[in-house]
Design a protein around this ligand. Structure first.
Ligand SMILES: [Zn+2]
Length: 370
């Protein structure tokens, strides 16, 4: 007998599958499962199932004052089974975050900020004495199942007069702690985007890829995507949306789409204020924005499941596959118009919404609260 059997589950290929779960893992996937479950969930005909959604850029350490939130508020409540906190904390405070995160129902991982106190203030990389490779290494060794990468925020307000130096330090730290991916936030210059991309390598993640700032991927004179973005894509640099309060522009994302550049992963950069007041609200709303640009639901789901799981080496996550973790998001497609707003106040109307209704994490079921 399985712990749980999910019945009448529709995937985005419009196939009906049944899933048997035991000990928090997926044990069987078949059109029909005859073995009983201690619990059985029967999905409604219009409900879909996917692997649990992963939001790879959030801020959810509640003890911070600048960017903070609570993992379950942005996780299970919003249809997200796994969140990756993107550098809210550094080597000095990540252990406290870890103690909180362990109590969440949502799976929580973290990128370690190279600045030792994380984002306690807006300019965490203006003082380079806060970047201590030894401390970083020690924490990574101490919390190997929690820290899945490192983070450096490379924009003017963060780095002060230090220009590109913090990124050079981040790359050195990354090399000493392989194979951890590096996520780099881009924004206003200095440093210039060209200098940043020159240092990034295959597997590194550029977040806020569709920001509407002059130092972004769109050339504001020609209204075309800068050649450096195509070169970066070709070299295997990962483009992550990281929507945020300030960092997602419909026009940039649409121009990129038209010219053949897509986001690899879709994430929110959510925290309490842009969750409550917008323009982010939740991962589903960011997914709807990508859908209005032209991305299919199937690729959108891949960009919040398989892709982030691969980029951050989350083994056993991101797919509905035997042996994988029993993390699922159950959602509905709702054919009702909704106004979507980007970070610069531009609006688009979607005719179709995606609405998570429940999540299953390690076989445990939770209702979403949108
Ligand atoms: Zn962020």
């Amino acid at each position: 007998m399985f712990d749980l059997v999910i019945k009448n589950a529709r995937n985005l290929d419009e196939e009906i599958i049944e899933i048997g779960v035991s000990d928090g893992k997926i044990c069987q996937i078949a059109p029909k499962i005859t073995q009983k479950g201690k619990r059985e969930i029967e999905l409604l005909p219009h409900q879909y199932v996917s692997a649990g959604w992963i939001d790879d850029h959030v801020h959810c350490f509640e003890e911070m004052t600048l960017y903070y939130d609570y993992p379950d508020q942005i996780g299970i409540n919003k249809g997200v089974t796994t969140v990756i906190d993107a550098g809210t904390t550094g080597a000095e405070n990540i252990s406290v975050f870890y103690e909180h995160a362990k109590n969440a129902k949502t799976n929580v991982y973290a990128l370690l900020n190279i600045s030792k106190w994380g984002i306690v203030e807006q300019d965490e990389l203006a003082d380079l004495t806060k970047v201590q490779a030894g401390l970083v290494k020690k924490k990574i060794q101490e919390l190997p199942d929690f820290i899945v990468g490192i983070k450096a925020r490379m924009s003017k307000t963060v780095v002060g007069k230090n220009g590109i130096i913090p990124l050079q330090l981040a790359k050195r730290i990354q090399k000493e702690n392989q194979p951890l991916p590096l996520m780099v936030h881009i924004g206003s210059a200095p440093p210039r985007l060209a200098e940043i991309l020159a240092l990034l390598e295959e597997g590194d993640i550029m977040t806020h890829c569709f920001n509407g700032k002059p130092n972004g991927i769109l050339d504001t004179d020609t209204q075309q995507i800068k050649p450096l973005a195509f070169q970066a894509k070709k070299r295997g640099i990962i483009f992550d949306t990281g929507h945020g309060t300030d960092s997602f522009d419909f026009h940039v994302a649409e121009t990129a789409y038209r010219e053949g550049i897509k986001a690899d992963s879709i994430s929110t950069d959510i925290y309490i204020r842009n969750r409550k007041n917008g323009p982010v609200y939740d991962l589903a709303t960011t997914m709807e924005k990508m859908h209005t640009i032209g991305y299919s639901w199937k690729e959108i789901i891949e960009k919040v499941t398989i892709v982030p799981a691969k980029n951050f080496h989350l083994n056993g996550k991101g797919k509905i596959k035997e042996g994988y973790d029993a993390d699922f998001t159950i959602f509905e497609r709702v054919f009702e118009p909704k106004t979507l707003v980007d970070s610069n106040g531009n609006k688009k109307i979607t005719e179709e919404q995606i609405r998570p209704v429940q999540v299953i994490i390690g076989g445990q079921q939770y209702e979403c609260k949108l």
